[in-house]
Ligand binder design. Structure first.
Ligand SMILES: C[S@@+](CC[C@H](N)C(=O)[O-])C[C@H]1O[C@@H](n2cnc3c(N)ncnc32)[C@H](O)[C@@H]1O
Length: 321
């Protein structure tokens, strides 16, 4: 055990116990298993609502969304650094209308890591992307895909680093078409497929603005599963309030008669009614099936502030009549 420098009693016992439990649970699954160690944004621990801590083995990342007491921050760094399993502590500051900054507060933080989620490998760049290359709160979406993708042709819209594609192909999908306008994200996506020794013939990569590329996207279809996981607000590329309907409007042309669609939305200001209303308006051919549970390490008091992952199914023509 390494010696702590700053008094750990600056940290509430509930915080320490929560982090210890999350870390233990992750390590019990796999020594490289990723996990959110602390989701302060849910407000469960007073005074820590601007703090989030992620575990990207063997690095702990403290994210700050607002100014924070420097002594308490140092106590958190020391508490984490004292654990033998933690080899580096990174502080990421974001929001506040300025660029995200990164500072290594302890040990070593490699430019690249390969982490694990449910037995699959993903490349992480902790010092580059705001979200390192993997959205940890989408774990249950990837699990759903692993349960449903076998033998399917899958369209992965807003693919980013293709984590959904990796999950689907690992589960036996015949083909996943990944669309994202970021070439760099898709390059990491290719690496993620290689890291899991997946059959190259099962994945395609389309580095396009999807709002302008529907005929190219449609060509390899029709798709039995479509994943839609856009940003909430990316000016010039996608603004949910104005553009989500444009994507949903295409679903019937893109899918098989009994297709399933995973519709995601990550804006805490919108409830799931935002998606339900759009689906009812743009795709009456699809019926609501279920909302996937939020992973327990991302729990919010108000579920509507969490990521929304809704499953819909297209009515087959016999059911529709
Ligand atoms: C929330 S991330 C997607 C996360 C991803 N589904 C995952 O599971 O990791 C949003 C992605 O949408 C992409 N994007 C935004 N607007 C786009 C557009 N008009 N066409 C294609 N991709 C777009 C961004 O480049 C970014 O990678």
């Amino acid at each position: 055990m390494k010696e702590p420098v700053c008094p750990v009693d600056l940290l509430p016992a509930s915080l320490i116990n929560w982090i210890d439990r999350q870390l233990q649970q992750a390590i019990e699954i796999d020594e490289r298993e990723v996990r959110r160690l602390f989701h302060g944004r849910n407000g469960n621990i007073s005074g820590f609502s601007q703090v989030v801590i992620d575990w990207l083995p063997n690095v702990a990342v403290i994210r700050l969304y607002a100014d924070f007491d420097q002594l308490v921050l140092q106590a958190m760094v020391d508490f984490l650094a004292a654990k033998d399993v933690i080899k580096g502590v990174l502080i990421q500051e974001r929001g506040r209308k300025r660029d995200t900054t990164f500072a290594i507060a302890y040990g070593e933080v490699p430019n690249r890591l390969v982490v694990c989620e449910a037995g699959l490998n993903y490349q992480i760049e902790p010092l580059q992307f705001q979200n390192f290359g993997l959205f940890l709160d989408m774990r249950n979406g990837r699990r759903w895909l692993r349960e449903h993708a076998q033998g399917q042709k899958v369209l992965n819209l807003f693919a980013y680093t293709c984590a959904f594609s990796v999950a689907a192909i690992a589960a036996g999908a015949n083909l996943v078409v990944n669309v994202d306008l970021s070439k760099r994200a898709l390059t990491i996506g290719r690496t993620n497929h290689q890291l899991n020794h997946l059959d190259k013939a099962c994945s395609q990569f389309m580095p396009y603005d999807m709002l302008k590329s529907w005929s190219r996207i449609k060509k390899p279809g029709p798709y039995g599963i479509v994943v839609i996981d856009p940003p909430s607000f990316q000016p010039g590329s996608f603004i949910a309030e104005k553009d989500y309907a444009k994507v949903l409007r295409r679903l019937v042309q893109l899918t098989t008669p009994d297709a399933k669609v995973m519709v995601c939305h990550n804006d805490p200001a919108h409830s799931s009614d935002f998606i339900r209303a759009l689906m009812a308006q743009e795709c009456p051919e699809f019926t609501y099936q279920e909302r996937l549970a939020v992973p327990q390490d991302f729990a919010e008091a108000d579920i509507e502030k969490s990521v929304k992952v809704l499953i819909y199914q297209r009515r087959s023509s016999s059911a529709a009549t």
